[in-house]
Design a protein around this ligand. Sequence first.
Ligand code: IMP
Length: 183
Amino acid sequence: MALPPEQLPAHPTPLLTREAIAARVDELADQIRADYASTGDLHLVCVLKGAFVFFSDLVRRLDRPATLDFIVVSSYHKAKRSSGEVRLIKDLDTGIEGRDVIIVEDIVDTGLTLTYLLDMMRARRPKTLRTACLLSKPSRREVDVPVEYVGFTIADRFVIGYGLDYAEAYRNLPYIGVLDSDT
Ligand code: IMP
């Protein structure tokens, strides 16, 4: 049963420390830089709100030219599980046809959100389209979705912090913590 915001723990149990996250984000940035070394174009799309911290750390560590855009989708609606419904709240500002695009997401759970985004963006005919996700929960997958850059594979726990929320709480927590199933 969900607790009211004032009863949520102030310091949830850490799953991934800020140091562990920073080290892994560095590795992902190195990998992306190497993979796109021969292309001048690199267009990164942040999926808001959850990916905002990961995105800002990742793009600053890329150490190469890139352009950025932001898209807002809603898939959770204050519940701890995906509703299976994805709503587009704000579309991209610029076209992606013929461009090298990476979608940057916070977490792949059922895979429905990323599948929705990939289908939508593929229809706009980018030159290449890949995905980078800080976290992946493979045991929860309902649709098989390709993720080229995965930060951490985690078990089926509800995680918060570093951009991820529970009912809009915890996005500014500097590490990734676990919210117990009875909260
Ligand atoms: P999917 O569509 O089921 O893959 O869910 C993707 C979205 O659900 C993510 O972008 C998150 O916003 C949210 N989500 C999934 N698992 C968690 C979690 O453990 N904590 C917080 N948000 C989550």
